[in-house]
Design a protein around this ligand. Structure first.
Ligand SMILES: [Zn+2]
Length: 142
């Protein structure tokens, strides 16, 4: 797990950032085109999103809760972008130093994206912030 630059992201990446002085982490799936599917909770809206009113991506932290698709900036809310590295998720692993990646295997990006889009449509996880465990389940890692 480590910091990553937005231009290094590929769709299907499991990304996260820390909130409230590292008290918890906010997880999501990068879906390409600068957009992220993630889950927000009512009470965290004000403090954890640096937004007044709605964003140009359409996200309004005062109205939109549950599973949402927003721009990367809304997802990060001023925090550093980090990515969870999975075993065979990409050939970029070859470029990473040993020890910086998980040995777990992620599902194919398309499967992950299909699941994320499904969650976005059905919103079964409304009012539940996606945890590392939630996203791992989404990625098919038990
Ligand atoms: Zn936005």
């Amino acid at each position: 797990m480590g910091k990553v630059s937005p231009d290094e992201l590929v769709h299907g990446d499991h990304i996260y950032s820390y909130r409230r002085l590292y008290s918890y982490s906010h997880h999501g799936i990068y879906v390409g085109e600068g957009e992220v599917i993630h889950c927000t909770k009512t009470y965290e809206s004000r403090p954890s999103f640096n937004l007044k009113g709605s964003c140009t991506c359409g996200f309004d932290p005062n109205k939109d809760h549950g599973v949402v698709k927003t721009c990367l900036q809304c997802f990060l809310s001023g925090q550093k972008l980090r990515r969870v590295e999975y075993g065979v998720s990409s050939k970029r692993l070859l470029l990473k130093r040993a020890g910086t990646c998980s040995t777990e295997n992620s599902n194919e990006a398309k499967t992950v994206l299909d699941r994320a889009e499904k969650l976005l449509r059905e919103i079964p996880l409304a009012n539940t912030i996606w945890s590392l465990t939630t996203v791992k389940a989404l990625l098919g890692i038990a």
